[in-house]
Design a protein around this ligand. Structure first.
Ligand code: PMP
Length: 452
C-alpha cells in the first residue's frame, strides 16, 4: 500500500520534473536498494550500484506480479482449454500489447515476438534468414514468401565496429554461411560513426543493416531514423535491425517513427526478469522469416516427415513459454510508464552530464565516446592511463562501488579505441549524485594507489 502511494505520487499526471528526492523515493520500491540504504544509515558497509547497463535491479511490483502469477495463476499458455489456461494466456498476450504500445509498434503493422533477450532475438533473425537461404535449394526449410529474405553470394550485410558481440557474431556467421560480404563501418576516435559513413557502403546488394540504438560502451545514441531513411533510399533490398537493448530502459523509443524493420531488447535491463525480451518486427517480414527453433505450439500441421508453421508471433515461440517472466516484463513496463519515461530520461541525463563533467576533470582518465554528453544515454566508460581496468574495478569494488570492467562484449570497439578494456559506470533513475561522486572518488583512489 505504502509503495503504491509512493508510485502514484511519483507518477502524478501533473508531476514536476523527476529529481533526486524522487530517486530516493523510488529506491524504496526496490528491496535491493532498501537494504543498501538501511546499511548506510546504520553505518555499515553498503554497495553503490552503477551497473544497470549490465542488468538492473527489480522493483517490488515486478517481483510481486511474478510471484502472484506463479503462486496463484500458474498455467501453461496457448495449450488446452481450461479457464486457468485462458486467464494465463490473456495475461501473456496483454503483456505483448504493453510492449507494442510502449515501443510504438502497433499491430497489425508490427508484431511482438517473445525472445529470451536481445541475443536470442538477434539470433532468431539471423538464423531465420539463414534458413530462408537454405530453402532456396531445400524448399522444406522455408515458409511461404521466405525467398524474399534469402541471401545470395555477393550480397552485403552492413553493421558497425561499435556493436555488442550479440549484434555482430550472428551476422558474421550468416555472411559466412551464405557467401555474403560483411561490411563493418568503422568508428572514429570517439567510438562513433556517421550516417555519411553508412551511406557510403549502401547499395542494391545490401540486404541487412544492423546497428545499435545506444552503445553499451560509449552511451552514444545513434541517428537511427536517418540511417533507416538512407537505407530506404540507397539500399531498397535491405532490412534494418536496431539493437535497442540500452535505449528501451532509459529513453522513449518509437519503432514506427524510426521506421526500422526489426528491433530487439532484453527485459533484465529495464527492471524486468531475466530470460525474457522481445523481437519486434514488421509483420510482413516476420511472416516471411522461417523459424530458427522449432517444436510444439508453433505449428499448424505436422506429419512424420514435415511441418507447417503458425504465423508470427507463435511461429517463433516453440515450447512451453516463460509466462511469469512475461508477466514480470508487463509489470515493469507498467512501472516505468507510471513514472513516465520522459521524466526518468531527463533525470538520468542530468546524472550523466554530471558524470561526464566530473570524469573530464580527472587527469589521465579518458572518457570513451563523444565529449559532449548531448547524445549520451545513461552511462560512461573510461580508460585510466597506466592501470588495467580490472585493477581500477578492484579499487572501486573495495569501496563498494559496483561497475562493469572489461570489454563489455565489444572487443572490436575497444580495439579501435586502442585499448583492451574499460571501466563503465551506468545509471538508472534510482541513482544519485552522491553515488557518482563515489565513483569519481574511486577513480582518484585507483590513480593514487597505482601512482599514475
Ligand atoms: N546489445 C547491447 C547493446 C547490450 O548492451 C547487450 C547486453 N549487454 C546485448 C545486446 C545482449 O543482451 P542480452 O545479454 O540480454 O541478450
Amino acid at each position: 500500500m505504502e509503495d503504491q502511494t509512493i508510485n502514484s505520487e511519483l507518477g502524478r499526471a501533473d508531476a514536476k520534473d523527476f529529481g533526486e528526492a524522487d530517486a530516493l523515493a523510488l529506491r524504496k520500491q526496490f528491496a535491493y536498494f532498501r537494504q543498501q540504504d538501511e546499511r548506510a544509515a546504520a553505518g555499515k558497509d553498503f554497495s553503490i550500484y552503477l551497473d544497470s547497463a549490465a542488468t538492473s535491479q527489480r522493483p517490488d511490483p515486478v517481483l510481486d506480479a511474478e510471484r502472484e502469477f506463479i503462486t496463484l495463476q500458474n498455467a501453461a499458455v496457448h495449450r488446452g482449454t481450461s479457464n486457468a489456461v485462458g486467464e494465463a494466456t490473456n495475461r501473456f498476450e496483454n503483456a505483448r500489447q504493453l510492449v507494442a504500445q510502449f515501443l510504438g509498434a502497433p499491430e497489425p503493422e508490427y508484431t511482438v515476438v517473445w525472445a529470451a533477450g536481445a541475443t536470442d532475438a538477434l539470433n532468431t533473425i539471423a538464423t531465420g534468414i539463414s534458413e530462408a537461404t537454405a530453402a532456396l535449394s531445400v524448399p522444406a526449410l522455408g515458409v511461404p514468401g521466405s525467398e524474399r529474405l534469402a541471401i545470395h553470394p555477393g550480397d552485403e550485410i552492413v553493421t558497425t565496429e561499435a556493436e555488442h558481440h550479440a549484434n555482430l557474431i550472428p551476422w558474421q556467421r550468416l555472411a559466412a554461411r551464405c557467401g555474403a560480404k560483411l561490411l563493418v563501418v568503422p568508428v572514429d576516435e570517439t567510438g562513433t560513426w556517421s550516417v555519411a559513413a553508412i551511406r557510403e557502403v549502401l547499395n542494391s546488394r545490401t540486404r541487412i543493416v544492423a546497428f545499435t540504438d545506444v552503445s553499451n560502451v560509449t552511451g552514444w545514441r545513434s541517428p537511427a531514423a536517418a540511417v533507416v531513411q538512407s537505407v530506404k533510399q540507397l539500399a531498397p533490398n535491405a532490412v534494418t535491425v536496431l539493437d535497442t537493448c540500452q535505449s528501451v530502459p532509459h529513453v522513449p523509443v518509437n519503432i514506427a517513427a524510426t521506421g526500422v524493420d526489426f528491433a530487439v531488447f532484453s527485459g533484465h535491463k529495464m527492471f524486468a526478469p531475466n530470460g525474457i525480451g522481445a523481437l519486434v518486427g514488421r509483420t510482413e517480414l516476420l511472416a516471411a522469416l522461417p523459424p530458427a527453433r522449432t517444436g510444439g505450439s508453433a505449428i499448424t500441421r505436422v506429419s512424420t516427415d514435415s511441418a507447417e508453421f503458425m504465423p508470427p508471433p507463435l511461429r517463433f515461440e516453440p515450447g512451453t513459454q516463460p509466462v511469469s517472466q512475461v508477466v514480470g516484463l508487463g509489470a515493469a513496463i507498467d512501472f516505468i510508464s507510471g513514472l513516465d519515461i520522459t521524466r526518468l530520461a531527463a533525470y538520468e541525463h542530468s546524472l550523466v552530464e554530471y558524470l561526464v563533467s566530473e570524469i573530464n576533470r580527472l587527469n589521465g582518465v579518458t572518457l570513451l565516446g563523444p565529449a559532449d554528453p548531448a547524445d549520451r544515454v545513461a552511462l560512461a566508460a573510461v580508460n585510466v592511463a597506466g592501470v588495467h581496468a580490472h585493477d581500477v574495478g578492484q579499487v572501486l569494488d573495495s569501496a563498494g562501488v559496483i561497475t562493469r570492467v572489461g570489454h563489455h562484449c565489444a572487443q572490436p570497439l575497444h580495439r579501435a579505441l586502442g585499448i583492451t578494456a574499460s571501466v563503465r559506470a551506468s545509471v538508472h533513475a534510482t541513482n544519485t549524485v552522491a553515488e557518482i561522486d563515489a565513483f569519481i572518488a574511486g577513480l582518484k583512489d585507483a590513480k593514487k594507489y597505482f601512482q599514475v
